[in-house]
Design a protein around this ligand. Structure first.
Ligand SMILES: NC(=O)c1ccc[n+]([C@@H]2O[C@H](COP(=O)([O-])OP(=O)(O)OC[C@H]3O[C@@H](n4cnc5c(N)ncnc54)[C@H](O)[C@@H]3O)[C@@H](O)[C@H]2O)c1
Length: 318
């Protein structure tokens, strides 16, 4: 149980309160921070607090908090009228605004002036370079990546990376902060496109979508294969642990005849292009690689979260 580990005056800010921001705010409040939430969209910060309250029930189910903790955790979340008042007095600012370099640079330039000099300024960018974001700041040494994964309250890993100007002290402070929040910081030595988690995820997706495009197997068949095989071992073994168990000599042999045949296309896979061009952009519109009714989408999210809760409970509550 990790409710309320901070000094009562510890302050954090979350800027951008959409899909990611409300979950990050919940995790910061669970760690004891007083969290100011700012979003340019009127009413969004208030809505984010309601979403965080709903998500807190998942944390009760996962054994991370007690139901009786919810009022004090949610009581530490407050909407802010502007970015400057959100950042004032914050030890750490989590940025989760739209994935647009100009918007993020504008936000960081203002945070750089408004937050205390020692504050950590952390971007949740999925794809942009920290160096490009930090270039908008007078103090780029305290700017770093802290990339949370959806849904942030149920996924333990948070990817951390420096830009070329980020100080080692900043990275160590981010690592310590995330550990204090009960997360698993995954610290990279340097920035790179896609950082770590998206590089791995998209490497697998490129191959899977290419196989669909080649007509080797349907998306449904490939998902059945993944869910019934490699995904079963991954929660326990990761990649390298599994390779060691299987035998590295065997894996080298497989790479020898397989590597040259794996997909190496430089652009989006054809099957993905085709789906998007046809307007089939996924569950939100009712059609992606699968057909979705609203009920099926809700049920899939419920089952996914139930499994994430089960895993978090198995971890001993994060
Ligand atoms: N959705 C995901 O699965 C996911 C996962 C990891 C990282 N990310 C990253 O997190 C960030 C946010 O993604 P999201 O999915 O939560 O987006 P979202 O669109 O749900 O939320 C973004 C929020 O930022 C607000 N906003 C835009 N400009 C702003 C500004 N200048 N100041 C304050 N608020 C502003 C918007 O009103 C919106 O509420 C992006 O950088 C994204 O790449 C997303």
């Amino acid at each position: 149980m990790t409710d309320g580990q901070c000094n009562a005056r510890s302050r954090a800010a979350v800027v951008g309160a959409g899909r990611m921001g409300h979950g990050i705010a919940l995790e910061a409040a669970r760690g004891g921070f007083q969290v100011s939430i700012y979003d340019t969209q009127a009413g969004r910060a208030e809505a984010a607090i309601a979403e965080a309250r709903a998500d807190a029930a998942d944390l009760v189910a996962a054994g991370v908090i007690h139901a009786a903790d919810i009022p004090s955790i949610i009581g530490r979340l407050a909407p802010a009228n502007d970015l400057e008042s959100a950042a004032a007095g914050a030890e750490v600012v989590f940025e989760a605004v739209a994935e647009d370099l100009e918007i993020k640079r504008g936000v960081f330039a203002r945070l750089d002036r408004a937050a205390p000099a020692a504050a950590l300024l952390l971007s949740n960018t999925s794809s942009l370079a920290i160096s490009d974001i930090a270039a908008a700041c007078e103090r780029p040494e305290r700017v770093a990546l802290a990339h949370w994964i959806l849904p942030p309250h149920l996924i333990p890993a948070v990817e951390v990376a420096p830009g070329p100007q980020t100080s080692p002290a900043t990275i160590e402070a981010v690592r310590a902060l995330l550990e204090r929040l009960g997360k698993w910081p995954v610290v990279l030595e340097r920035e790179m496109p896609g950082y770590l988690i998206n590089r791995l995820q998209f490497a697998l997706l490129r191959e899977a979508m290419d196989l669909v495009g080649q007509g080797v197997a349907s998306a449904e068949e490939i998902d059945r294969a993944v869910r019934g095989s490699i995904a079963r071992r991954m929660p326990v073994m990761g990649l390298f642990g599994q390779a060691d168990l299987a035998g590295l000599d065997v894996y080298r042999q497989i790479f020898r005849y397989l590597a040259a045949d794996l997909c190496r296309s430089a652009g989006p896979p054809q099957a993905l292009d085709d789906a998007v061009r046809a307007g089939n952009t996924g569950a939100a519109v009712g059609q992606g690689f699968y057909s979705w009714s609203a009920d099926q989408r809700d049920e899939a999210l419920r089952r996914r979260n139930a499994e994430l809760i089960r895993l978090l409970r198995a971890d001993g509550g994060g």
